[in-house]
Design a protein around this ligand. Structure first.
Ligand code: XIL
Length: 352
């Protein structure tokens, strides 16, 4: 991915042909129910001429795929590089899309200088500085203030530079800093695992975390479910998901599906079969997620399989495996997943 980014960065043009806004897309179907459909995109993807027109047909909201990560934003201490984010947010503004941020505080994708700096001086500003800088520079509909703070096995909090430096209180510190910088932006706690059938402990850990934050008056507005689904592995248990989302709603929080894609690892070589399973799993998930009135937006984690990294696993590499996770194939043709998302929106009850 890095190669393509570098290769295409220079060529990338964010200009658009006039045909871009022609046919109705997911955004209209979602909007007819009071829902938002958005998509993550990376700057290098705009280097292909078919990317922006397709994105604009479907997406009402744009999310930076990697450009807001701390290692890209602040490669050297104190020197912010907003160039890639400026391009994405400029594209969104010019084309009438809202902008959503992710992530402000994450255990991953931090620059190498950050951990030693935090160890040397436990200075809040190493966390709150970029929160304020980003929220003041960009107008965001919502933002993932803290991403993936719960341990993968649901047992307490995940080890991170933030937990090391500030203890568990880092989460509410981040939310307070975000609220102060952008009172009108919806503040999201974002994570994965609550979607999966196996996620009992993770769901319980999230409710506990949210209860603690709400009890201490941390300004959390919504839970972000990443929505990285599995077509052939850990499928959604609809009843468990329904109960969990009800519990989130009972706490007065909104729900956003922030990174929807469907991993087809474990499926057969036959592409049509995988595409059907991917679409079916999305339908099973969205039917439940959209049935809860607290759920207000669905963001796809990338538009097209063209931009999904090849697998790392050597067995899959030998098979020349290409993932079928997203709405469009590498030739920018709609896949059954697109239809499944469209149908889920069309069948959702209206929010007004
Ligand atoms: C990933 C991006 O897709 C990559 O391009 C980047 O290098 C690392 O981050 N969960 C998240 C997202 O919350 O921010 C991650 O995005 C994927 C997993």
């Amino acid at each position: 991915m890095i190669d393509r980014r570098t290769l295409l960065a220079g060529a990338a043009s964010l200009a658009l042909p006039a045909s871009a806004q022609a046919a109705p897309g997911l955004k209209e179907i979602a909007a007819s129910k009071g829902l938002v459909f958005g998509c993550a995109a990376a700057t290098y993807e705009f280097g292909n001429g078919d990317f922006a027109p397709t994105l604009l047909r479907d997406a009402a909201q744009l999310v930076p795929e990697y450009e807001m990560k701390r290692d890209v934003l602040e490669p050297r201490p104190g020197r912010y590089d907003f160039s890639a984010l400026d391009r994405l947010s400029g594209f969104a503004r010019r084309n009438g899309l809202s902008f959503r941020g992710t992530p402000l505080v994450w255990w991953h994708s931090n620059p190498p200088w950050l951990a030693p700096a935090l160890q040397a001086r436990r200075d809040d500003r190493l966390m709150t500085g970029p929160i304020a800088a980003l929220l003041k520079r960009y107008s965001m509909a919502s933002v993932d203030v803290v991403n993936e703070a719960v341990a993968e096995d649901g047992n307490g909090l995940r080890p991170s530079v933030w937990l090391d430096a500030f203890g568990p209180g880092y989460i509410e510190m981040a939310f307070h800093a975000a609220r102060q910088a952008a009172p009108g932006t919806r503040l999201v706690y974002n994570d994965y695992g609550c979607e999966w059938g196996s996620g009992d402990r993770i769901r319980a850990a999230h409710l506990k975390l949210l209860d603690g934050l709400l009890k201490r008056n941390a300004p959390v507005d919504a839970l972000g479910l990443q929505g990285h689904l599995w077509a052939f592995r850990d499928r959604t248990d609809q009843r468990k998901l329904r109960d969990f989302l009800q519990a989130v709603r009972d706490r007065g929080l909104a729900v956003l599906v922030t990174e929807l894609d469907v991993d087809d690892t474990g499926g057969p070589a036959d592409i049509a079969t995988r595409d059907r399973a991917v679409a079916d799993e999305a339908r099973r998930f969205l039917d439940v997620a959209l049935d809860n009135p607290a759920t207000q937006a669905v963001i796809a984690w990338n538009l097209s399989d063209r931009y999904v990294d090849a697998p790392q696993d050597w067995k899959l590499k030998l098979l020349n495996w290409r993932y079928r996770k997203t709405l469009y194939d590498a030739q920018m043709r709609r896949k059954p997943l697109w239809d499944a998302v469209a149908r889920a929106f069309a069948g959702a009850r209206a929010r007004y």
